[in-house]
Design a protein around this ligand. Sequence first.
Ligand code: G6Q
Length: 569
Amino acid sequence: MDKLISHSAAWAALKAHQHQLAPIHLRDLFAEDSQRFERFSVEACGLLLDYSKNRLTRDTLSLLLNLATEAKLQDWIARLFQGEKVNNTEQRAALHIALRNRSNRPIRVDGKNVMPDINAVLAKMRQFSDSVRGDSKKQWRGYTGKPIESIVNIGIGGSDLGPAMVTRALKAYHHPRLRSYFVSNVDSTHLGETLAALNPETTLFIVASKTFTTQETLLNATSARQWLIDKLGDNNAVAKHFVAVSTATQQVTEFGIDPINMFEFWDWVGGRYSLWSAIGLPIAVMIGMNNFEQLLAGAHEMDTHFETAPFAENLPVLMGLIGVWYSRFLGATTHAVLPYDYCLELFPAHLQQLIMESLGKRVTRDGKEVDYPTGPIIWGTPGNNGQHAFYQLLHQGTHLVPADFIIAIESQYDLPGHQNAVLSNALAQTHALMMGRTAEQTKQALYSSGITDKMLTQQLPHRVFQGNQPSNTLVYKKLTPQVLGKLLALYEHKVYVQGICWGINPFDQWGVELGKQVASTLMSALRAEKAGLNGLNGLNGLKETAQAHERHDSSTDGLLNYIKAYRHR
Ligand code: G6Q
């Protein structure tokens, strides 16, 4: 795209339209059109999307679809699915869709069909997960001959959040003998607390790192390996208790894991899009490979829908365009994700990474600074918990907060009365947030409760609800591996749609890389200071500290010095 999308006719038309629509309340839109639900809801892949409670009309939708045309969205979707290097700043394809390509049609990167490699890793994952679970003749056993009972995934970011979320969500499908743990934080509390509960003889560590250079993961893996060796008293025990998932064979080997116990993936799989690859190994072990393949099949169904459905019925396209509408034209800076399905408790955290890492950018794919807001701040927690916490701000605060309500008709457990309580609360919230309660309605309600005129005057301003808070409602029957696959792929493609509409590359993450680099210079400063204390490498260490200091600001230096002084006390 040569010029910014904000200079296009489609953008200007949306801006003008926004001025017309601004004074109209959502309750007016519903009052004017009794068919609003039928008009603004779509069912596809077993998911219902009701987007009628959004501040939009048919005109808005057609202007947003014009914007998609202006951004050449159809063309970009084709490029994604053909394996083109849509991640232009890293010169890579973004082929999470190939990882779940159940049709097995050839998908090429640099002329090579990637499907045989993907299928080979899936076969290896099946063999391994079957043997750990004890589903195959040859059961994987720990060093002392006992079957595995605890699976510990060590990884961070994309190598943690996706698999942790899916494993949590599909708890109902777990093997009854196995327990899973996800260690990500480098603070030793995380690993220390986890190890305290484990028996080394029956514990299997999966070290998951695309690059195998990530400080947090390598430190945690090194400490876990030492713990295992100390407990079992033999270095040879490592081979029976450690496997790796990575793109970096050499680094894995250097760490001491036999490449036979390594599960490969490829640089065209982005970290936050990697749960479909061997990064999903803990999921496969916990729920079994057949269920893992159901997860892939669900995602593939959504991929096909995204690739082929007309835009006006295309779930990711609709959700993406509505997000663009709020963020640029209505000034919303945040977006809430509110699952009314408790097993999705980690879903908002996963989406936080998926969306904020993908769309938290301020230059277009060809390096121009944007003059419009891009990705929103994502946050959320399962209903009904949120209702008793932050929903107050949604009902009476000053921020516009578009939200996605995600509703399961059935829960994983069937306890009398519970699911009606969940469903009624979810529907009550979307209704109340949209309708609010006018001063007139509030007066009537207060009068009928017998309130005095004086009290009414005092209370009225506090009891009015402005409403007009928009939401999407996504409904499915019950969370299964397949449904979860669809839901996840839906959000991944929503991100792509928004990236294309804003002209940005959703597949790089230079901000994450910056953090990794700065932390490594500070680590040197702290290490050097310790070395200085020990005397032997003192001179070098102090030199290193001085160099690191030169690169830091006075606040960072002040904090470093405070920490050092505290250590000397
Ligand atoms: C995800 C990001 C980032 C990454 C972690 C872990 O898209 O790139 O969150 O997943 O930094 O990286 P490794 O898998 O290389 O350890």
